[in-house]
Design a protein around this ligand. Structure first.
Ligand code: AQP
Length: 341
């Protein structure tokens, strides 16, 4: 697969992932399903992580809010262990080639093909003002994000698998029509795929846009975390076990397992015979401990916006080296006349 391709070429595998600066804070699910893996991958892979501010525009945020959240998101990434010395950290909009490649790939995407994307159907149906064309072409921009950097693997959640398939199809289509240009990316193999559920409705995923008392924010203070975890919806019965008919307890077990590093079966044994109350108190304490140093580091980082801007500028310069080369090749292959400068 693609990672062995990197091994054959004698270089570390190239990994790319992004997160949208759509909330005032990342939520626990973003940490569990994405950012903690990013921090862990930096030693073995050549990593690029970006703030998907163009993707965030599909929600039409207040302009000042978007700028503020983009900086806050960089600070959170760094506080959570992403190291801009070892990884390329940048804002999507700082590398203009993303939007340009998305246009080219959009011309290779079938309307029916884009219409089949389930995320568009889901998010579009929740939008009060109707779905925008931006939301419709979101997976094409995502394909451009990935293909631009010739990424070997992309750490994604189950919800993103269909978009990765589209990305691979578009890469194949482009390569077949215009000549070998793009690497076909695979899903990141080391990804455990844990999905954190909303504490108030454990049948749906925890999400920045849902918020409320079912969402634990990475930047929540200890009292807020404790209150939310202790009032999490649980299931009938008293046993602390992971099971399909116990989505609330299963979710809390996953959270405790991630926060402490203990496997779920060990935790089930530890809480055998104890009630939900003791268990929830332990989950709350573990999450408080997990995020206390992150909050402290975040406060330091966010107090220095010039330094955050410097990190982004440096990351964009590094990202651009690859992006410019990719787009030069793409322009030439599709037949765009080179500008005379
Ligand atoms: N609940 C979750 N459990 C596990 N992983 C999650 N991710 C998000 N929620 C969970 C992962 O976080 C990464 C970045 O997500 P994003 O902000 O780009 O978009 P999202 O998936 O739509 O995240 P949110 O928090 O739900 O944002 P909103 O509410 O704005 O849509 C992705 O890798 C995602 O899998």
């Amino acid at each position: 697969m693609s990672e062995s391709r990197a091994a054959k070429l004698g270089r570390p595998s190239r990994v790319l992932s992004g997160i949208r600066p759509t909330g005032d804070s990342f939520q626990l699910g973003n940490y569990v399903g994405a950012v903690r893996h990013w921090a862990a991958m930096q030693d073995e892979s050549d990593c690029s992580f970006f703030l998907a501010d163009l993707h965030a525009l599909t929600e039409l945020p207040e302009p000042d809010k978007l700028r503020e959240r983009t900086r806050q998101s960089v600070a959170q990434l760094l506080a959570l262990g992403v190291d801009p010395e070892r990884s390329t950290v940048f804002a999507q909009s700082h590398v203009r080639e993303h939007a340009e490649l998305a246009w080219v790939l959009g011309c290779l995407t079938g309307f029916g093909e884009a219409s089949r994307m389930t995320q568009f159907k889901e998010k579009g149906s929740h939008s009060s003002s109707g779905a925008s064309v931006g939301l419709f072409t979101y997976p094409v921009l995502q394909a451009a994000d990935i293909l631009m950097y010739q990424a070997d693997s992309v750490p994604i959640g189950e919800d993103q698998r269909q978009h990765l398939e589209l990305t691979r199809d578009l890469a194949q289509r482009f390569n077949a029509r215009y000549g070998e240009t793009f690497v076909l990316p695979g899903a990141y193999a080391g990804r455990a795929g844990e999905r954190i559920k909303d504490l108030q409705d454990p049948t749906r995923k925890m999400s920045k846009s849902i918020g409320g008392s079912g969402t634990v924010w990475v930047l929540d203070d200890p009292q807020a975390i404790t209150k939310k975890v202790k009032s999490a919806v649980t299931d009938t019965g008293r046993e602390v076990v992971a099971a399909d008919d116990k989505p609330g307890i299963t979710n809390l077990l996953t959270i405790l397992s991630v926060a402490t590093g203990a496997p779920v079966p060990d935790l089930e044994r530890e809480y055998e015979g104890k009630g939900y109350g003791d268990f929830k108190a332990a989950v709350a304490e573990a999450v408080v401990e997990l995020f206390a140093p992150v909050r402290a580091r975040y406060d330091e980082l966010v107090a220095d916006p010039a330094e955050l801007d410097r990190v982004l500028a440096d990351g964009a310069a590094r990202a651009r080296e690859t992006a410019v080369a990719t787009m030069d090749a793409v322009r030439e292959r599709v037949g765009l006349l080179a500008p005379v400068l």
